[in-house]
Design a protein around this ligand. Sequence first.
Ligand SMILES: Nc1ncnc2c1ncn2[C@@H]1O[C@H](COP(=O)(O)OP(=O)(O)OP(=O)(O)O)[C@@H](O)[C@H]1O
Ligand SMILES: [Mg+2]
Length: 244
Amino acid sequence: MQLEIVGLESGYGKVTVLHGVDLTVAAGEIIVVLGPNGAGKSTLMKSIAGHLQPTSGSVRLDGKEVRGQLAQDVSRLGIGYVPQENNVFREQTVRDNLRVASLAFPDAQDRVASVFDRFPILAERATQRAATLSGGERQTLAVSSALIADPKVLLLDEPTAGLAPLFVGQMVEWVSELAVAGMAVVWVVEQNPEKILAASTRTYLLEGGRSTAEFDSAELLEPGRLQELLLEEREEEPGESPAT
Ligand SMILES: Nc1ncnc2c1ncn2[C@@H]1O[C@H](COP(=O)(O)OP(=O)(O)OP(=O)(O)O)[C@@H](O)[C@H]1O
Ligand SMILES: [Mg+2]
């Protein structure tokens, strides 16, 4: 199983945001997408998932072109997507969120039950509206909802942003298990990516709507290397104080 993105161009109406992105991920692999705010990371995820229609380039799943398909069809083909924002139905209960995600499957009840087995905290919160969940609980629900369809590829758009290191560690463990079981994972990260980098094989740098560099993630974990890279990015963003 392989997802291959070649020369992807995409945007909003007349505004082009992605000017050519190349990326591949294979079964069993976690890859990281890193880049400054506004680089186009979320636009890339939306464009792969069929929530935005790319204007040029390829999205190939096992060699088959899926670019241009509707989001629901992309999902059916095995690409799961956890958006950065609005990734749960806030006014629905936890159980109803999972029910909606499993609607297309004859064994929907079993699928919901297995989420509750895996995450007792979600079972405890089953009748609570998603809006009332903690940040970590909400992201657990969002990722669980995407996993209910048993995707081959999982697109994660900053699911741990702003959350405690303990939760980041748990998410890394969970996603690593999925990769070991054969899933291909694309993980968009922003701040404090070290734990996620350590669990990944390769990292793509996205800048100005282009994939500008690819690294072995291990290389970015060498002392100072990541800071150096992020500082290079920041040189184009005056006004922001560098991380200490
Ligand atoms: N719905 C939209 N309509 C028009 N322009 C948009 C829309 N969403 C995003 N953009 C623009 O596209 C560019 C890339 O945004 P995108 O959200 O993909 O960046 P990002 O790398 O995910 O940033 P962040 O790290 O803040 O999440 C930005 O200039 C943004 O203003
Ligand atoms: Mg984003």
